[in-house]
Design a protein around this ligand. Sequence first.
Ligand code: BES
Ligand code: ZN
Length: 647
Amino acid sequence: MKLLFKIGFLVILSACVQETKRKSATENLSDPFLDDHSYSNLNEIKTRHLHLELDVNFESKKIFGVARHRMLNLNNSDTAIFDIKGLEIQKVTTGEKNSENEVDFVIGKYDKDSILGQPLLVQIHPKDSIINIYYKTTENSEALDWLEPKLTSSKIHPFLYTQGQAILTRTWIPIQDSPSNRFTYSAEVKVPSQLRAVMSAKNSKDKSTNGIYKFSMPYSIPSYLIALAVGDLTYTSLSSNTGFFCEPQLTAKCKSEFVDLPKMLAAAEKLYGKYQWDQYDILILPFSFPFGGMENPMLTFINPTIITGDKSLVSVIAHELAHSWSGNLVSNKTWNDFWINEGFTVYFENRIMEELYGKETADILALVEIYELNDEILRIKNSKHPEDSKLFLNLNYRNPDEGMTDIAYTKGAWFLKSLEASAGRKVFDNFLKNYFASFAFSTISTKDFIDYLEKNLLSKNKIDFNYNDWINKEGLPDNRVEIVSPRLAYIKNLAAKFSAGEDVFAPKIRYERIRIKNKIKKRKIVEQIKKEDFITQEWQMFLRYLPKSISIDKLESLNSYFGFNRTENAEIALDWFTLCINANYDGVLPDIESFLRKIGRRKFVLPLYEMLAQKPQYKNFAKTLFNSQKNYYHAITKNSVEKLFEN
Ligand code: BES
Ligand code: ZN
């Protein structure tokens, strides 16, 4: 009877929790614990330390886990609410390991669009501070990508990795899945003994003999930064506190691609203060990894498309490294404040690139992004949510993934660049250094930043700067600083000449008069533009400057000079394929197909399918290809592309 009563109470509570989430975000703006994307009751009780016991089983593609939450009960609460999605909860106990008491729990209904998943309500005694959740992952655990051997570089061993950001940690760990809370974690992970487990934590540089790995993350982090990968991995050190994990046969390639990492770290520290996470390692993932990089603390996850052989895409490393300050040290409080993570990081990334490779290169990188931002602003303006081009977002009822646009990244960084221009670099650098120190290991909202900015930069230095247009208005404000690049002006001109019919890439012969033994002689000089004459980003802009209606002859001539159809550089490939699809150049379809069969990074995969699906003559090709390929993509890429073919 008593039990029934208790469960009844939880059921009613769970209905209330879900109802509250349906209310508008603005109604609750004053609630400092509000997070539209979590069911947890963080204002009452929150995790301070999480200990994970995980058994990774490749046969069943399941993780069998226990999540032991050490909690701080702020309010004498008798209920703790966690987020779960696609998890099977077996039992919940309270108390220290081995003297545990089983307690009641109730799982709420799946929310309507299954964005948030379900609340898991656990009945506790207010004095209980340890809650242990025994669970299994399922095939709906979207954070997890289980790869068959053929999808790895070696093709011998299977691979598993997790992707938590934004709200997928709840699909592999029952957790209060809101970035507003920070906690430390530790883990004991069991994997097949021929494989190695690594986490976003202190990693052992040696392989274990029995497949058991222990981890600790002694600094507090938000839930989305917990990460795990399991595969045939070896470690290579680059300096006393940097290095990388990769499949053995990639070691040499990675080593030359990442040689500049120690210099990047030194540049970052010089700018904004000491690196706070002891070790900075990189993990190279298989090609299905849906992002370019993910800033998991102590262990950045990197997409293998970054390895091009010429270091041309290492700005991604600079970006993920920069997150060790912006994002990981100072984290966005909710996903509406996502620009606090990404805008600062893109700004910081560009400063690292400038330090290492010079201002010209850094400006070109920024302009490549600004070109994309302009397209994105247009797209957003004509979308269902024109308000998404404000820096501060309202993603209530929506998947926080929808906030992952160039607005947070490029508009956010442009805001900071413009502030820098108005304050002067020295003053602004000092301001940012203090900002990272003041908010280290905490989470902040857009308003927290604005308050800090007002006080510590604007009024202090009597600077008049309209920030409100950046934060709360659509599009681009007038007070943005202009970025120019003479090298890109040259590229633009080259593209104009080429599209006007001039064969600018053909060898050009000219004669020079030289004096040899008092005689004037003519010397023949052959000049021809080579691929190496421009950096990757200049080629990208060259391709973008060409008209959509470019003739197939011209595309074929370009391909014969530079072999763009088969380029190993995925950034160039995307711009090239875009041009070809727009120009209806069918010859490139087989190369697009092999690209889409190899690479799963959403940034490349989604726009290609999108462009193909929009062309009646390519739609079927795209659909058939996607259907045969979709199970090899991570759920993040798969779900995004699937929407294109829904009707
Ligand atoms: N943290 C992001 C990736 C992310 C954002 C994952 C939101 C899930 C939700 C990461 O730092 C990132 O921005 N990656 C970029 C690369 C970067 C150089 C712009 C990417 O993957 O393209
Ligand atoms: Zn980022």
